[in-house]
Design a protein around this ligand. Sequence first.
Ligand code: 5AD
Ligand code: SF4
Length: 439
Amino acid sequence: MADTRKLFIKTYGCQMNVYDSERMAEALGASGYALTDRADDADMILLNTCHIREKAAEKVYSELGRLKPLKAANPDLKIGVAGCVAQAEGEEIMRRQPLVDLVVGPQTYHRLPAMEEAVRKGARAVDTDFPEEDKFEHLPEPPRAMRGPTAFLTVQEGCDKFCAFCVVPYTRGAEVSRPVARILTEARDLVARGVREITLLGQNVNAYHGAGDGGSWTLARLIRELARIDGLERIRFTTSHPNDMDDDLIAAHGDEPKLMPYLHLPVQSGSDRILKAMNRKHTAESYLRLIERLRNARPDLLLSGDFIVGFPGETDQDFEDTMTLVRQVGYGQAYSFKYSARPGTPAAERPCVPDDVSSERLHRLQALLTDQQRAAQVAMVGRDVNVLFEKQGRTAGQMTGKSDYLHAVHVTDPSVERGQIRRVRIIESNTNSLAGVLV
Ligand code: 5AD
Ligand code: SF4
């Protein structure tokens, strides 16, 4: 083979895209590509896109526009769009942006090597199928290189919930769980290569029901099995739906020491009227009861959530109900978004809340969530926590990592090495991180 070609991947959106980008890099690695972190140095640029909100797709089109000079400077440069915008827009991307050579959806990227070959010969390739075969079974074996101490591992994809605002069931397709044996093999391999923390991913990860010994396994059972792997110290999972938190998964938060005390459990709204209109199939009250059960199992659980404001039909009172729920839960961290109408989803047909009203609500909600985040951080000061150190910090001799609660923590101490889990006393809370000293 000629010299190694260089691949630049830019990843948007959720952690599942981060995982997919890694796997795409591996797939193209088998075709002779090595990753570069410079777009202007690349022979192929892939944008791994997100379609969850309007601006995300627009960002892709403007990013593609910005690649024009690179293509002009290097006519051999190949440009591809992957991920959920690719899935949703398909051929439309080719029409809107002639410099794109390749469009590949999230379920077909195992076909990238063949697509790359076609593109090298001058074709323009689009593949947004939902294929029969499992892409993971058709990806090349990953290289056995060592890697950083944390990794994502997709165990489930797609969603059957059909929340009225969400494109995921259309872009990622129906819920599919990977078989237990494959996940365990992949996890053991990651650990053998230096990984100490694995975050299990799925659009609806707690709806996991993969084939295992004796039938279908739940996420809790999978977590308990993963916890038996020597050298794997921490397990996390995201994103969950309140209706799929079964008893065993709740219990695991209390009795499985490797399962970290952090849970991202989106509720979207605190108004039952809006939750119904969203097709969430739970109430504010049932969510609060669930949180109570989780906190009974693990009192120090740090909660995270997602919120949408300005959903069609949301009144001032509905929004106040969301603020009340947030005050009742007390989140350690959360994401909040202005509703964005997504074509093809049921809610897109409904009358919109005026933009200035949504903006004002988002502002108030974010102020409250920021206060709660700060309070949760300040509450850590003086406490001792475990930190898994991941990389060098911004100042000389500084190392940063994550606490069990997923707080970013930095320590300046020459004895700290990447990949170590060390006991740290938190001494200060900064805007988005905590400072600590070794205990
Ligand atoms: N508009 C705004 N936010 C959305 N989300 C999903 N779809 C939309 C939409 N159409 C948010 C939800 C979800 C998170 C990943 O993105 O809060 O939990
Ligand atoms: Fe979208 Fe709802 Fe499925 Fe989450 S549960 S991916 S918000 S449809």
